[in-house]
Design a protein. Structure first.
Length: 109
């Protein structure tokens, strides 16, 4: 299975349209539209009934919204969701985009 997007390429910067905020020289940070990027699955295995999407920023602590169809005890973290999905996954695909509000990291791109 493959996951692609017309909104950003694998390993490339996520455009400001799909970001929460960007660096702003006048106000430090400016909010952005924060739109959902387009996602497309290809070569989906037969028998697939749904998709689970986990958006995870490895640099900051985060929590997700609990999903009523999965039995999750404790905090709905990415690991907890993956555990609840165990036994239900036919295939996996990943798509990674980069994003930062740290000017030295942005300048290195």
């Amino acid at each position: 299975m493959r996951l692609t997007s017309r909104s950003f390429d694998e390993g490339q910067t996520i455009l400001r349209e799909f970001a929460f905020a960007v660096v702003d020289p006048r106000s430090h940070v400016a909010l952005c539209p924060n739109r959902n990027p387009q996602l497309q699955w290809n070569d989906v295995p037969a028998g697939t009934r749904s998709f689970a999407i986990i958006c995870h920023d490895y640099d900051v602590p985060s929590s997700g919204d609990d999903v009523p169809q999965l039995s999750i005890s404790g905090d709905p973290t990415g690991n907890a969701i993956r555990k609840a999905l165990a036994g239900h996954v036919i295939a996996e695909a990943t798509l990674t985009g980069t994003y930062s509000l740290n000017p030295p990291l942005i300048d290195r791109r």
